[in-house]
Design a protein around this ligand. Sequence first.
Ligand SMILES: NC(=O)C[C@H](N)C(=O)O
Length: 321
Amino acid sequence: MSKIKLLTTGGTIAMSHDASTGKVDRPTNDVLSGWLNGEIEVVSEDVCNKSSPQMTLTELNALLRAVRDSLANPEIDGVVVTHGTDTLEETAYFLDLQLPWGKPVIVTGAMKASNDAGTDGPVNLMSAVYAAASGNARSRGVLVVMQDQIHAARYVTKTHTSSLLAFQSPESGPIGWVRNGKAEFRYSMEPAASYEDAAVLSLGSVFLVKAVLDMGADWLEFALSKGAEGIVLEAFGQGNVPPSLLPGIERAIAAGIPVVLVSRCIGGEPQGTYAYEGGGAMLTELGVVFARGLNGPKARLKLAVLLASKKNAAEIKAAFE
Ligand SMILES: NC(=O)C[C@H](N)C(=O)O
């Protein structure tokens, strides 16, 4: 019999709808207990009970520790984490960056509260447990299971505010499915570097600045004035920013603050194509690092992990490119 550790953190999957207020705001973890029996034993532990917008680095590090402890237990075959969906992709990727590849680690959540008609919590949880107990889910990095689809933490993102199919991987699609109680994979995952010694002590020091039309220099200046240790730019299209940001970018790089660029587009990768003022070619020359295959929030987490691992500028560049 497989033994799976279920680590709960809260989120809608652990909430019920209050008919008197019409709001979903009273987390209980009741929905998570006692319904899965048979070939898989599930032992659960509450790490916290928060809506995912309320998650902080404190909870992320507590969760990372709990997952590591579970993986180190020879009796445990895999781990499932339940989480609110709003920041699920960030937590899943934070774990992915710092866990060794081996036993399956699956993150899941729910778009509907536990007592909503057609709630997706039980089926998502059941599929996640099946995936965690599937030997072929080993060594694929942290996975996100929603609606029987298996996504890589690296690529998955929440694309819709309410649809049960909110979680998509725009570049790769799902890498597998849970069918008949087993994980099946269409793609293997290239092993990614794992920063197991990172010990991230701050996320607030890495700023994410989104490029918007006719923005002022002050957005970036604000980050620099607040002691930013790293900057992620969510740039236009193939990797271009308004010229107003150029002085701040130059100043950051001169001061040894890494500036990493991702695209605001949900698909494709940024490249140094355009040579006009603020274009990607110019940014490359300035020393901006172009990140491959990550969105802004995930690039921010990766930069925080790299800085916590004391990587130098060349190592940071290599890690993103
Ligand atoms: N569906 C959800 O879980 C959304 C909720 N606001 C959360 O992220 O905690």
